[in-house]
Design a binder for this molecule. Structure first.
Ligand code: NAD
Ligand code: TDX
Length: 331
């Protein structure tokens, strides 16, 4: 298969490209990535001989048309992804997430190319903190932030292009990912690298908010399964049934790194902070036979901490600027 991977120099995309090169050496991979602050050439260094990297914008219609015309399928990861950045400046989120997806849809429509669109559980809004309800494929969209609203808009465009134009597309909405190459602005890498650089971890509010954590390789194995076997026009929810409050995750990190579990700061809470996300992955398991491999959270967290400890050359050039931005926001 000739695959075009948008956003393939970001966290999840780079892990997808690396695992595809390992597990499907028969595939030809082109990455389209704007190399924003979140993209990194070095995340693709281990596979640079096996992959073509094109630096460009997914909203550049001429470039996207040319690349799509030369592939069999597109896996669309490219997006602005950080909620706190969206709260400060929503504009790039509209450009990359909405206009970028629109541009790609027009190209796959013209060339009859298969698309898998990567989305998030945040499009469903949030759940009660102490309830047992989980998101399913039929949960109504109810986004809370400029980020999740832009992802919801992109998902709606994909659904409309399937219905109106018969575009061959699938969508997946996944829960919170962790693993190697995640930007240090995100929760787990931020806390790990704060400890590694002698800073104190920072918890928003009381830390009661719940996220449903999945290892990035499990997300990507589900994406591959949907790409190969998913029903056209279908939406699949991806999750590993691993709900934890933020304070529980932070204290696990502190414990695994040999620190006092109370050695952190409570900082200003995020505006509109979603309370709880939880995915019901039954459809993916029953229809496509997918299950996650990383089922021991402490083991996977320990391996992720080790990766950041062993790869400071990848993240340390980013760290000070990220912390300066957070400090200006009281976070
Ligand atoms: P990331 O921020 O680490 O990487 C995004 C990549 O997209 C970067 O390489 C960036 O350079 C590129 N990009 C941004 N705008 C672009 C544009 N206009 N044109 C071309 N490239 C552009 O993000 P991530 O965490 O790897 O997320 C990837 C996808 O997965 C996103 O669509 C996100 O919404 C979705 N998702 C993420 C999570 C999570 O927990 N991280 C969970 C569910 C879904
Ligand atoms: O320093 C922090 N302290 C803190 O308490 C940071 C950066 C975050 N938090 C909290 C906010 C959230 O409740 O931790 C939780 C996770 O925060 P993020 O890593 O920013 O993730 P989240 O907002 O949940 O969104 C993530 O999952 C869904 C990704 O960033 C999105 O791209 C994805 O769609």
């Amino acid at each position: 298969m000739r695959l075009l991977v948008t956003g393939g120099a970001g966290f999840i995309g780079a892990n997808f490209v690396q695992s595809t090169v390992r597990e499907h050496p028969e595939d030809e991979i082109t990455v389209l990535d704007a190399l924003t602050y979140a993209g990194s050439r070095t995340a693709l260094a281990p596979v640079e001989d096996a992959v073509e990297l094109v630096e460009g914008d997914v909203a550049d219609a001429a470039l996207v048309d040319k690349l799509v015309s030369a592939c069999d399928a597109v896996v669309h990861f490219a997006a602005e992804t950080h909620v706190d950045n969206a709260l400060s400046d929503p504009s790039p989120f509209l450009h990359s997430n909405v206009m970028g997806t629109f541009t790609l849809l027009e190209a796959v429509r013209k060339h009859g190319v298969r698309l898998h669109h990567i989305s998030t559980d945040e499009v469903y809004g949030d759940l009660d903190l102490d309830g047992s309800e989980r998101f399913t494929e039929t949960t109504p969209y109810n986004p809370s932030s400029p980020y999740s609203a832009s992802k919801a808009g992109a998902d709606m465009l994909v659904r409309a292009w399937v219905r109106s134009y018969g575009v061959r597309a699938t969508i997946s909405n996944c829960s919170n990912n962790f693993g190697p190459y995640q930007h240090v602005e995100k929760f787990i890498p931020r806390q790990v690298t704060n400890i590694l650089t002698g800073r104190r971890p920072k918890l928003y509010g009381t830390g009661a908010n719940v996220r449903d954590w999945i290892h990035v390789d499990d997300h990507n194995s589900a994406v591959r399964r949907i790409l190969d076997q998913g029903g056209m026009g279908r939406t699949y929810l991806i999750g590993a049934s691993n709900e934890r409050s933020n304070i529980t995750v932070l204290q696990a990190i502190l414990r695994l790194m040999g620190r006092d579990p109370d050695d952190f700061d409570h900082v200003t809470d995020r505006a509109g902070h979603d309370l709880r996300y939880a995915i019901d992955p039954t459809v993916l398991r029953d229809e496509l036979g997918w299950t996650p491999a990383h089922t021991d959270f402490d083991d996977a967290l320990r391996a992720t901490i080790d990766w950041y400890r062993d790869n400071p050359q990848w993240w340390s050039p980013l760290k000070d600027a990220v912390e300066d931005r957070y400090a200006k926001r009281g976070q």
